[in-house]
Design a protein around this ligand. Structure first.
Ligand code: GLN
Length: 203
């Protein structure tokens, strides 16, 4: 149980981290931009933003972040990965989510699009930008939403990953759910599913 403002790290090596930081702060979280292993200490949750997974991979290698990120996730810390963040979590990158992401699966920038998805009973406005989809996943992975028959939102334990950008188009519901689950000390699917938006007065 996290008493007041949870401390959320946002991986800030590259990509669209700034808007995640803003949304989480607006929702009452304390936020730390993560660039080095020391920045991971004491986090209650972690967001891995979209961007460019090749560049992010280089940054993670340069900073020696792969091991400490793995330790954090294996300890059950809730993680929200989005777009390139999902790619970073997959079998072929950090190996923290039992999926294989297919990069640029919907085509290149030309094929960016927006759509409404239903995730855990919430309508979520999803912006796809050179997005991956999930080409394969293990039995322990719960598919939360699909587009054209391809999984684009999944959960495994305390890790949730989506192919799209939930931070664009004024969408905040996934962040609200993420924080609510952390505030309730939740690490599993059941708790996340029953989580309600953040309590008032915790900002
Ligand atoms: N196409 C990017 C990649 O493969 C991901 C795009 C995104 O994060 N919006 O890394």
């Amino acid at each position: 149980m996290v008493d007041t403002s949870p401390l959320i790290g946002v991986l800030a090596l590259q990509g669209g981290f700034a808007l995640h930081v803003k949304i989480l702060r607006d929702l009452g979280a304390e936020v730390r931009e993560v660039r080095t292993p020391a920045d991971l200490e004491g986090l209650d949750g972690l967001v891995m933003p979209g961007g460019e997974s090749t560049t992010m991979t280089l940054g993670i290698e340069r900073e020696g972040l792969a091991g400490p990120l793995g330790d954090l996730v294996r300890a059950g810390t809730p993680v929200l990965g989005t777009c390139a963040g999902l790619i970073m979590l997959d079998r072929e990158h950090l190996g923290l989510l039992d999926v294989r992401a297919q990069r640029n699966a919907f085509g290149r920038q030309l094929h960016s699009f927006e759509t409404d998805l239903e995730i855990d009973g919430d309508a979520v406005r999803a912006v796809f930008i050179r997005a991956p989809w999930i080409a394969e996943h293990g039995d322990g992975v719960e598919v939360l939403a699909e587009v054209d028959g391809h999984p684009v939102a999944v959960r495994q334990g305390a890790v949730m990953a989506v192919s799209f950008h939930p931070e664009l188009a004024g969408e905040t519901r996934l962040h609200e759910r993420f924080l609510a689950a952390i505030r309730q000390g939740a690490t599993g699917a059941d708790a996340a599913r029953t989580a309600s938006p953040g309590r008032p007065g915790t900002a």
